[in-house]
Ligand binder design. Structure first.
Ligand code: PLP
Length: 431
């Protein structure tokens, strides 16, 4: 969309006019008040939290909901006839319905709670990959995947003789679509790609990929970890077979995530782990498995976290998402423009479709040094390979510094980042 285009410096400056900045700051301040942690002082400075790609912060409503659950309702789910258990079960299953609606899944039978995106990918590997892929089959992954969407497929390849092929990326950080089309040979049974790259910020054309794959009977496994927090996701509109994400990147608690899978596929897959809750009956001779989605949820689940995720979805649903999407885009433009003025700084990932994330290197300065110096000014960014080593290799850099924004970040915070980076370049004499 036009909204996601990287624009010229003049246009960016014009767009982020004083009026726009003033008006949005007022609206964003109201939002920020809901996030107590954003008031933290770090190293005698106001916290500037720009590590949302790793984990987003939780609003008070999520913290309160989790606390209320522990204070008033805590009990195990699904098995109890007593009041507390029924309340906990109701809250837990209400959250599943909230997730279903949030991603527009056709049925809550297709919403499986996992411990996060990594766990969701491992579920698909263990239950779908190991059952339905065999020697001679190929799975395509892209060069911009997080390790969570590489290592399970590497393991599958090692174990089953499946071939793992890589969709290359262009210098800007987009999928090389021409090569991708050529890679779609009849042996390809699955394509595993992210909706948004955590290392580059690129938004991939998932609907188009799913359309192409569906025509060829190829299963699509989408890593949505970096997408759900930035824009609405509709799994039916995308037409994907599997979609994974984590609650902690969506302003919810850690330790909980989701795997959406089409019922047609899930119903044919064996269970993930064996134990309580995933069975209908057990004897030493025969075990019958529970219905979807419980077949994939063995043992006591992360109850409070699931309920917290439901509260995070309620919170997000109460926001003006269209405004915030536009606002985050302006933050991206502004950050791109400001950071481009830092001496020796090179942005890694300049796709025209990006979320509000800027990955960069500074000539002659190791990212870990940048991260430490920024922290002295209370500016939290992530440095390293971002669990995406093939991306680092592609750009021939050992690591990058990543500033990843959320809707509660402000233009002033981008200025603070810029000022702190100028300190780095002065200290290291970069010009
Ligand atoms: N995929 C992407 C694109 C990510 O950014 C992340 C986390 O950084 C993951 C997968 C893994 O998520 P989790 O650690 O919550 O399982």
């Amino acid at each position: 969309s036009e909204r996601n285009c990287i624009i010229s410096m003049e246009t960016a400056q014009a767009l982020v006019s004083d009026e726009y900045r003033l008006e949005t700051t007022r609206r964003i301040e109201q939002i920020r008040r809901q996030f107590p942690i954003l008031n933290r002082i770090v190293n005698d400075k106001s916290l500037v939290y720009l590590d949302n790609g790793a984990s987003t912060q939780m609003p008070q409503s999520v913290i309160q909901t989790v606390s209320d659950y522990h204070t008033y309702h805590h009990s195990n789910v699904h098995r109890g006839v007593h009041t507390l258990s029924q309340e906990a079960t109701q809250l837990f299953e209400d959250s599943r319905e909230k997730v279903r609606a949030f991603i527009n899944a056709p049925s809550d039978r297709e919403v499986i709670f996992t411990s996060g995106t990594t766990d969701s990918m491992n579920l698909v590997y263990q239950c779908w990959g190991r059952t339905f892929m065999k020697e001679g089959d190929t799975i395509l992954v892209s060069n911009m995947e997080h390790h969570a969407n590489i290592v399970p497929w590497y393991m599958l390849a090692q174990e089953k003789g499946v071939t793992l092929k890589v969709i290359p990326i262009t210098e800007e950080g987009t999928l090389d679509i021409d090569v991708f089309k050529n890679l779609l040979t009849p042996d390809v049974k699955a394509v595993a790609v992210n909706h948004v790259s955590n290392a580059l910020g690129t938004i991939n054309p998932i609907k188009w990929i799913c359309d192409v794959c569906r025509e060829k009977g190829i299963v699509t496994i989408i890593d949505g970890a970096q997408a759900v927090g930035h824009f609405p996701v509709d799994v039916q509109a995308l037409g994907c077979d599997f979609y994974a994400f984590s609650s902690h990147k969506l302003h919810g608690p850690t330790g909980i995530g989701v795997l959406y899978g089409r019922e047609e596929l899930l119903s044919k897959m064996p269970p993930y782990r064996g134990g309580g809750d995933m069975i209908l009956s057990v004897s030493f001779d025969k075990v019958t498995y529970n219905d979807l989605p419980h077949k994939f949820e063995a043992g006591t689940p992360a109850i409070s976290q699931v309920i917290g995720l439901g509260a995070a979805i309620d919170y997000i649903n109460g926001l003006d998402r269209a405004f915030l999407e536009e606002y985050e885009h302006q933050l991206l433009q502004y950050a791109t423009m400001k950071l481009s003025q830092v001496p020796g700084l090179r942005i890694i990932g300049t796709a025209s479709e990006k979320v509000s994330l800027v990955s960069f290197v500074i000539k002659g300065v190791h990212p870990h040094d940048i991260g430490s110096i920024l922290d002295e000014d209370g500016v939290a960014v992530r440095t390293g390979h971002h669990c995406a080593q093939p991306v680092m290799e592609r750009y021939n850099v050992p690591a990058t510094t990543r500033a990843s924004m959320a809707f509660y970040n402000t233009f002033d915070e981008i200025d603070a980042l810029y000022d702190a980076l100028l300190k780095v370049t002065t200290l290291f004499d970069v010009n």
